[in-house]
Design a protein around this ligand. Sequence first.
Ligand code: DX5
Ligand code: ZN
Length: 214
Amino acid sequence: MTKIAPSILSADFANLEKEIKDVEQAGADYIHVDVMDGHFVPNITIGPLIVDAIRPVTDLPLDVHLMIDNPDLYIEAFAKAGADFMTVHQEACPHLHRTIQNIKSQGVKAGVVINPATPADMIRPVLQDVDMVLLMTVNPGFGGQTFIQSVLPKIKQVAEWREQQQLSFEIEVDGGVNQETASLCVEAGADVLVAGSAIFNQPDRKKAIRDLFN
Ligand code: DX5
Ligand code: ZN
């Protein structure tokens, strides 16, 4: 079963508790939390304080996507705040293997992310170490952008490597996932779909999630 991770970036931030409970009831599997620092990406969003505040309002795993430089400086803080998954960008981690071990040492599931222009080969050496591979299907920074089709072969490639090496990490896609593009991602091998605007911009979130599969 394909999992759905609504990105709260497109939620009503004045009513985060209500928004999170609403998508939980609508059938979400994870809550995707977009952390941006104004350096790695041109936007500033959420820090450990908000993760800590939303932790008690849901039983769903918190899937924390770190779009920040020097993620090692903040791994402990996000772990203490209650992250269940933490994904770091290969582009932001000169010592990627160490950073992944650092996440795992906090008892948090570790994932690696690559931008649309980064080849899948860049993460091949760490595939055996991760619980999740996140393939960006937009350039990170904002919700509501257009899906970049050229990422699809990368999803397939990573799924093939996973099978060849008999690994079990999840493959997640993030950006521009909607009614038109969700099935393309699933066909290519994605297990987890992040969707922000396609879910939170709809009044009926249950229908919005259902629509992703139709
Ligand atoms: C983009 C974020 C995404 C974003 C997705 O930088 O990582 O998680 O919220 O939003 P949509 O689904 O609207 O493209
Ligand atoms: Zn994200």
